[in-house]
Design a protein around this ligand. Structure first.
Ligand code: TMP
Length: 206
């Protein structure tokens, strides 16, 4: 494949979206063709599946159904958006990909990483060239979240333990795939985190 496939991973309030925007403009200024995309979604059918996944009416969805829908949206995203762009030599940057399912469905929803990997791999045969995990401690992420929501009250323990579980799972996955996943300390200022993430991509391009 001529292009480069980069994914970003992290929990809530990791600053992924801002970092990706900065990375895109840095790369474009250097003359690269860049496509930014996200999961769930990123293609016509995948965006429709996204609506089903994020619809508040569907809170009762089983974890198994959820995992299969994420996998279904991912294969559409890969075939219709990611691979055609990579074939043209574009740098594709996706906000989340398979690792999110391993973490959220495999660990946090307790389906098992191997099961989630297997059900994705039934149809998926393409992994990122580079994955950047923005490592933000759950207490830092939740403080940012409460500030963003204009609330600085005590964080409830349920949301803390979920964030902690997601965080621990990301560290596990990063260990499992240490060649592919690069960890960036996300507890620092957004400027510094962005600079470090961009440097990793530039190193990879050299
Ligand atoms: P985001 O806007 O923070 O990226 O939120 C997307 C949400 O979807 C986030 O809570 C994680 C969740 N998600 C999964 O649970 N599994 C997946 O495979 C993906 C791509 C996202």
């Amino acid at each position: 494949m001529k292009g480069l496939f980069i994914t970003f991973e992290g929990g809530e309030c990791s600053g992924k979206t801002t970092i990706i925007e900065e990375l895109k403009s840095t790369l474009e200024n250097k003359g690269y063709e860049v496509l930014v995309t996200r999961e769930p979604g990123g293609s016509f059918i995948a965006e429709q599946i996204r609506k089903v996944l994020l619809d508040k009416e569907n809170v009762g969805m089983s974890s198994e159904c959820e995992a299969l829908l994420y996998a279904a949206s991912r294969i559409e995203h890969l075939k219709k958006t990611i691979l055609p762009a990579l074939e043209k030599g574009t740098i594709v940057i996706s906000d989340r990909y398979l690792d999110s399912s391993l973490v959220y469905q495999g660990y946090a929803r307790d389906l098992g990483v191997d099961n989630v990997l297997k059900l994705n791999m039934y149809a998926l045969n393409y992994m990122p060239d580079l994955t950047i995990f923005i490592d933000v401690k759950p207490e830092v992420a939740l403080k940012r979240l409460s500030l963003r929501q204009g609330k600085v009250d005590r964080l409830d323990s349920e949301s803390f333990s979920f964030h902690q579980m997601v965080y621990d799972a990301y560290l596990e996955i990063a260990k499992m795939y240490k060649e592919r996943i690069k960890v960036v300390d996300g507890n620092k200022s957004l400027e510094e985190v962005t600079k470090n993430a961009i440097n990793l991509v530039l190193e990879r391009l050299q």
